[in-house]
Design a protein around this ligand. Structure first.
Ligand code: TYM
Length: 371
């Protein structure tokens, strides 16, 4: 145990801060996903060791059409890259390609009281909408904890809606560490001051949501064409007033939402923005926000179309990402298994293959032989 503690301290002081985050391929990505999460990941990938996952196993906690899940999974990968994630700097991979996530989830299930999961607000909200709830939906946050803890992530950059899940991850890590000895880094959620909760344009009392992004007027999708963006912003719900100011007042939520989008995409400060819009009407605000959004999303949309036209290249990136993710997750899951008392076999061989980078080449060879 002493040795473990020494190793963990040494490791955490000598490496760059490690970041883990992910997106569910359960719908079309929108500007909330971009501003609340992906754009921020791209901005810090030089200083931090980053792992960005496409969490397909989370997506099936509610039914997904299998063909469209495959399609959306590649789509999210393409959008990650189009938004600025660089495969040379960040590890981009599909969750189900790294088996350790499922294995770790099972082990963490066994230290997580069910009451902790029943209290999760996202679970309660989703469960209310359906007659029958899958075990996967209840267990969802434990899988998320496994994602994060397997990589000993220090930071989890997310939007506000994920805060409770990251707090639960901390609780699970601490509980496991106290039962089995120091094993996991206890991560922290990194939530931005502005853009943590981009609101639905058709109902600013609610957050913009991927599952409703197909409803016209709800969201700005990252792949929307300029005219569609202009239309959706022109129709955005505001209020009957005239004041264009940042505000927490519920009736100003629509205007505040547009101002936050403008703030994040122009990089201007709040007083400068309020001065700029002073005396102008909501029509002008909407027009200017729309143009800023159109220009910000133009390069993303163009790059996205290039990437999806070459699925083989995208798959190569995802294969390399999964290989690298496995090189971290595999030794970690072996350690976790040993901690709980499992007999761990063949560890030497797995390590050997991972270390000399043979894993993916071996796969290619086997593929070649089978053909
Ligand atoms: P997901 O797929 O719902 O959302 C992906 C990211 O986008 C953020 N986000 C928003 N930010 C601002 N405004 C919005 N309207 C908005 N909508 C979504 C989310 O907070 C998130 O950061 N459970 C996660 C996926 C996940 C994960 C993980 C995240 C699985 N394992 C491990 C971090 C670490 C989810 O469903 O995100």
């Amino acid at each position: 145990m002493k040795e473990d503690k020494k190793n963990m301290t040494k490791e955490s002081t000598s490496r760059r801060p490690r970041v883990f985050s992910g997106v569910q391929p359960s719908g079309t990505l929108h500007i909330g996903n971009y501003l609340g999460a992906i754009r921020r990941w791209a901005a810090q990938q030089d200083e931090k060791e980053s792992y960005f996952c496409i969490v397909d196993m989370h997506a099936i906690t509610v039914y997904q059409d299998p063909e469209s899940l495959r399609h959306l999974t590649r789509d999210v990968a393409a959008l990650y890259i189009a938004c600025g994630l660089e495969p040379q700097k960040s590890t981009i991979f599909i969750q189900s390609h790294v088996r350790a996530h499922a294995e770790c989830c099972w082990i963490l299930n066994c230290v997580t009281p069910v009451g902790w999961l029943e209290r999760m607000t996202q679970f309660k909200a989703k469960a209310e909408q359906r007659e029958s709830v899958s075990t996967g939906l209840l267990d969802y946050p434990v899988l998320q904890a496994a994602d994060i803890l397997l990589y000993d992530a220090d930071e989890v950059p997310v939007g506000e809606d994920q805060k409770q899940h990251v707090e639960l991850t901390r609780d699970i890590a601490q509980r496991f560490n106290s039962i089995y000895g120091p094993t996991f880094t206890v991560p922290k959620a990194v939530i931005p001051e502005s853009g943590a909760r981009i609101r639905a344009l058709n109902d600013p009392s609610r957050k913009m949501s991927k599952s409703e992004a197909h409803i016209r007027g709800h969201a700005i999708r990252l792949t929307d064409e300029p005219d569609e963006i202009r239309h959706v912003i022109r129709c955005a719900v505001t209020d009957t007033g005239r004041e264009i100011v940042f505000s927490d007042a519920p009736e100003k939520a629509g205007v505040n939402n547009l101002l936050e989008i403008y703030e994040l995409l122009t990089g201007k400060n709040r007083s400068e923005i309020e001065a700029h819009f002073e005396g102008k009407g909501y029509a002008v605000l909407k027009e200017e926000v729309a143009e800023v959004v159109v220009e910000a999303l133009r390069p993303i949309r163009e790059r996205y179309h290039e990437l999806v036209s070459d699925p083989a290249e995208l798959d190569n990136i995802l294969t390399a990402g999964a290989d690298h993710a496995r090189s971290v997750a595999e030794p970690k899951i072996q350690d976790i298994k040993r901690k709980v008392g499992f007999i761990v076999m063949g560890r030497g061989m797995v390590h050997f293959l991972l270390e000399i980078g043979l894993h993916s080449r071996l796969h290619q060879k086997i593929g070649g032989l089978q053909r």
